[in-house]
Design a binder for this molecule. Structure first.
Ligand SMILES: [Zn+2]
Length: 269
């Protein structure tokens, strides 16, 4: 596989201190990760970036806690991960009991419990992370420190923008950035389901990462390699033209497009 393997980290901003310790563990093991909001390029679509990041991750790690369970974003990210058939690892940092919404998603998923003062939970987590280490660092992964240990140093926080921090604190989780339409809609009370039902448009060229120019309905041409990129609806249409009629489930599997988007496309026809 040419794609770098990475872990998607789903979390509540209220747990950022503990989350940073887990990030520190991943970094010590040279395991790549994706975590909002710092991995989202300025000006790009928040929903798009999150969905792409989840769909391409090798492992979905949810930092589970009371805080995470009151975050609609964490819930939606889990929903997206499961509908993309991702391996989901809940890492329970505060021994919280699953609320109904999370029971619904995580009932059949093995949970890891952080065990303060004992390496047991961290060792289990490391077991899931090891297959994602680049070959040359696999041997060094066994000696990493236990990141949840209280004496462990916390990495210096990245210079926070006080304005953004103030805005963030009004929201449910850290996974939002301001000046972003999704967040604005969220604040207006938009149903978050709608977010996943959008006809997702490509942000950058999937072949080379170049910028895109919209040329026709659902078609975008890369300014670098000139390849055509398509939005989801156009991708569905192209597939049907090429392969003939097929079920929504087949489409979803063949194209890696969530069922919700395919059903939304059917409705639009
Ligand atoms: Zn390109």
């Amino acid at each position: 596989m040419s794609f770098p393997k990475y872990v998607f980290i789903s979390y509540s901003s209220k747990d950022i201190v503990k989350v940073n310790k887990i990030v520190e563990l991943l970094e010590s093991m040279n395991v790549e990760y994706w975590k909002a909001p710092e991995k989202i390029p300025a000006g790009s679509s928040y929903a798009n970036e999150i969905v792409n990041a989840i769909e391409n991750c090798s492992l979905f790690l949810v930092i589970l806690s009371e805080n995470a369970q009151s975050s609609i974003w964490v819930e939606k990210e889990i929903d997206c991960a499961l509908s993309s058939a991702k391996e989901v690892i809940p890492y329970n940092i505060d021994n919280c009991v699953l609320v109904n919404a999370f029971k619904f998603y995580l009932n059949n998923v093995q949970m890891i419990h952080d065990t303060p003062g004992s390496p047991e939970g961290i060792d289990k987590l490391k077991g899931f992370l090891r297959p994602l280490q680049p070959a040359e660092s696999k041997s060094s992964g066994t000696n990493v420190n236990i990141p949840m240990a209280p004496e462990q140093k916390i990495p210096a926080p990245k210079a926070p923008d006080p304005k953004a921090a103030a805005k963030k604190s009004n929201l449910k989780t850290a996974t939002q950035i301001d000046s972003n339409t999704v967040v604005k809609r969220y604040q207006r009370g938009m149903r978050m389901d709608d977010m996943w039902n959008l006809n997702r448009v490509p942000v950058v060229c999937k072949h080379c990462g170049g910028s895109l120019t919209h040329v026709a309905g659902g078609v975008y041409v890369c300014n670098e390699c000139k390849a055509e990129n398509y939005d989801d609806f156009r991708t569905i249409r192209n597939y049907l033209i090429e392969h003939g009629p097929c079920s929504a489930l087949e489409l979803s599997k063949a194209l890696g497009i969530p069922m919700k988007i395919i059903k939304n496309w059917q409705k639009s026809q």
